[in-house]
Design a binder for this molecule. Sequence first.
Ligand code: ADP
Ligand code: MG
Length: 457
Amino acid sequence: MDLSGLWRSVLGELELNTSGAEFNTWFKELEIIALNEEKITIGVKNSFVKNQMRKKYADKIKSALKNNNIDAKIIDYVVVSTGKKTVVNRETTATPSNQPSTQSPVTNLISNSRVSSQTSGLNPRYTFDNFIVGGSNDLAHAACQAVASNPGVKYNPLFLYGGVGLGKTHLMQAVGNEIIKNNPNARVLYITIETFVSEFIAHTRAKKTTGFSEKYRNVDVLIVDDMQFIAGKEKTQEEFFHTFNELHQNNKQIIISSDKPPKSIPTLTDRLKSRFEWGMAIDIQMPDFETRCAIIEAKAALSNVTLEKETVEYIASNIKTNVRELEGALNQLLAYAEMRQITPDISIAEGLLGSVRSSRPQHITPKNIIDKTAKYFQISASEICSAKRSKDIVMPRQIAMYLLRSELHLSFPRIASELGRKDHTTAMHSIEKIEKASKLDLVVREQINEIREKIYA
Ligand code: ADP
Ligand code: MG
């Protein structure tokens, strides 16, 4: 665990607790300069950001630091001019082992992102190699690989959707990196839709007639992240529509991500909605327990740490929200242990994650799952629990059983009894059936996702 890992975890926390636009504007480019027991020094782009951090975001920063176990009394900001490499004061940085490292992880992180963002917007950190595949993301992963090896041919556009921190940006960036690896001349451009929006507005204000469209239309691969933020922006939607058409007609690959499927993005014009549905729309879900363990192990290995199985399983079973939080928890554990020069084990994990766990919603009960499922299918909870065998009741009942298992890990007999049944083998078969269906049938998958969202809402 190094300082940059710890900082990523702080930024991850801030990203989760602010809107996308706010994060990109204020927090994304914060850098960690130094840290000791007394004081943390944070690098900012200019004095405006510095003021803003002090005045408006002091509490947010404080709590993000605190949640990562940084309890420095003084938070100091220094303006770091762009282009210059950050000088890391080793004496005051948290390198408990005191081993001289040839390359500071912090400067390393910074130079990577600067160089890449100037050209394609791609960050070389995101590759297929370091993406762990499991049942929750295998479809998305496969589609991304297909696109990477044959851009513009299949799945155009490729539309990935799912909640925050589940790997959409990682996968899309991996496609871009892979395409450039295979063909260094390929023109790949990664942007967030917010960049597109703000450039478009600036361009329109300046009353320029050239420049904007060309930038986005002269590429081989256009990757657009967080499309949900185009909602309500009519003129930008129109401009994007034309960009899309031009690229698509010329068989250029378009990859889009959003937190919801095209049809659920509010105020998206019908013509854009239909364009987005032309290719392939795939969801990404929270990885299952085994995949979460694999992710933790892989990330720990990157920091040259091998954790005991019980520690890995403890983290994986307590963090079920998203991969970013999973990474955050691991980073916290590694940082904590490293600063104190102790071995990260389950007892430390328990101490650190106790607070995370208790802040999770407690309202998810079997009754809640059954009610939400019934409501979704517009039937009553008593019908789900009844003996009725008509199709419009059986399927919701099976889905409720599936969710009781996936969300609450109830035993089969318990699931049967929650639904007023004696025989637990029916519960077992129903759950198996829905498990299969959720892999093969996109409608079922979608229904399950939507109910899950309602359960956690
Ligand atoms: P999203 O764009 O969906 O909000 P990100 O792509 O930013 O999520 O992922 C959040 C973090 O979790 C990133 O650091 C990413 O590398 C990591 N991550 C997500 N899914 C995986 C995975 N399957 N394997 C390895 N790392 C993952
Ligand atoms: Mg993202």
